[in-house]
Design a protein around this ligand. Structure first.
Ligand code: FO1
Length: 315
C-alpha cells in the first residue's frame, strides 16, 4: 500500500515517524506545510519541514519536538548580546541546515530539491516534499495586534492574541510540483496527520489543484484534539475563537469534503453514529503519541483502517 501523509509540525511528525516504521520507505511520501517558513536574519527557515526531517532522522529535540537534539546555542547567545530583539530560537546545529538551504536556494535549486538533498544526507528513507516551491506565507489577523506573520504570532506572542482570521499569502499563485502530484496520484491512501487543521493542513489543501487529486483517493484523518484540547499549540484555542466547539466533530467538519474516515481519541467517547450521518466512518483509538511505541501503534491502526475503507468505503 502506498501512503501519502499531509503533515505540519510536531504532531504530524510523530505520526509520520510511526508510519515510517510500518510502511517501506519507497511507499511513503510526506507532503509538508511551508506556510510557516520565514526569514531569520536572511536565512530561509522551514520549521515544519525541519521538524519532520529531524524526527524521521531520529535527531529531533525530544522535549520541544522542534529543533535538534544535543543542541548548543553559542551563535544565538552571541547574537542576543548585540541584538536584544531576537525572539526566535535557532540552535547551532539547526543553523547549519538554514545556512546550507539558503545557499542552495540562492544557486537556483527549488525547495523540493534542497529538501531531497537533506533527506538523503540524513538517510531518511521516505520522501519528504514541501507542499509547493512557491513561497506561501501564513498571516494571522488578530484582535489586539492586527496582522501578524505566523511565527510572530506563534513564537513571539506565544499565540496569545485573539484570532480573527487566517490568510495564506500568495496561495493563489502556488503551483503543484510534479513531486507532490506524483506522490498523490500514486498513493492508495491519503493520511491527514493530527496537525493543526487551520495553519498546518489548510495551506496544503488550498494549493490550487490539490483537492481534485485527493478527492480521487481514500483518505483518513487523525483528529488533533483530545477531550477538546490540543496536545500542544493553538488548535483548540483557534477553534474556540472562531466560534467552533473543539473536538473530533470539529475536525470532521473541517475535512468533511475530502474525508472517508476519521480516527479520534477513545477518550472522546463513541461518535460513530454522529459521524456516520456526515458519511464519515470513524474509529476510536489511543491517539496520544507519548513515545515511539504509541506512534507506531497509531500508524498501524490508521493503515489497517485505511485498508478497510479502500476495500469498502461504507465498511
Ligand atoms: N517554536 C517555539 O515555540 N519557539 C521557538 O523559539 C522555536 C524555534 C524554532 C526553530 C526552528 C524550528 O524548525 C522550529 C522552531 N519552533 C519554535 C517551532 C515552530 O515555530 C512551530 O512548531 C511551527 O512553525 C508550528 O508548526
Amino acid at each position: 500500500m502506498k501512503v501519502v501523509a499531509l503533515a505540519g509540525g510536531v504532531g504530524g511528525a510523530k505520526l509520520v515517524n510511526g508510519l515510517s516504521k510500518v510502511i517501506p520507505g519507497k511507499d511513503l511520501s510526506v507532503i509538508v506545510n511551508t506556510g510557516d517558513d520565514f526569514l531569520f536574519h536572511g536565512l530561509y527557515v522551514c520549521p515544519d519541514l525541519d521538524t519532520v526531517l529531524y524526527t524521521l532522522a531520529g535527531i529531533n529535540n525530544p522535549i520541544t519536538g522542534w529543533g535538534r537534539n544535543c543542541e548548543t546555542w553559542h551563535v544565538l547567545e552571541e547574537l542576543r548580546k548585540i541584538n536584544e530583539d531576537v525572539w526566535f530560537n535557532i540552535g547551532d546545529k539547526d543553523l547549519a541546515i538554514h545556512l546550507e538551504r539558503t545557499r542552495r536556494l540562492a544557486t537556483g535549486c527549488t525547495l523540493t530539491e534542497v529538501t531531497r538533498f537533506l533527506i538523503e544526507k540524513f538517510q531518511v528513507c521516505c520522501q519528504v516534499i514541501p507542499m509547493t516551491n512557491t513561497p506561501v506565507r501564513t498571516k494571522v489577523n488578530t484582535r489586539e495586534l492586527g496582522r501578524l506573520d505566523f511565527q510572530e504570532y506563534f513564537v513571539k506572542h506565544k499565540f496569545q492574541p485573539v484570532l480573527k482570521s487566517i490568510e495564506f499569502e500568495n496561495i493563489d499563485n502556488a503551483t503543484l510540483s510534479p513531486e507532490v502530484s506524483n506522490a498523490i496520484n500514486q498513493a492508495d491512501l491519503v493520511v491527514i496527520c493530527p496537525s493543526n487543521p487551520f495553519v498546518s493542513i489548510a495551506p496544503i489543501l488550498k494549493i490550487p489543484g490539490i483537492l481534485q487529486l485527493i478527492n480521487n483517493k481514500t483518505s483518513v484523518a487523525v483528529s488533533p484534539l483530545i477531550e477538546g484540547k490540543a496536545i500542544r499549540g493553538p488548535a483548540a484555542k483557534m477553534f474556540k475563537e472562531l466560534g467552533i466547539e473543539p473536538g473530533p466533530m470539529a475536525a470532521a467538519e473541517f475535512y468533511k469534503d475530502i474525508l472517508n474516515g476519521l480516527v479520534y481519541d477513545e477518550k472522546d467517547g463513541d461518535l460513530t453514529i454522529e459521524l456516520h450521518r456526515w458519511g464519515i466512518i470513524s474509529l476510536a483509538a489511543n491517539t496520544r503519541m507519548i513515545d515511539e511505541e504509541c506512534q507506531v501503534k497509531l500508524a498501524e491502526v490508521v493503515c489497517q483502517f485505511g485498508k478497510l475503507l479502500m476495500k469498502d468505503p461504507q465498511v
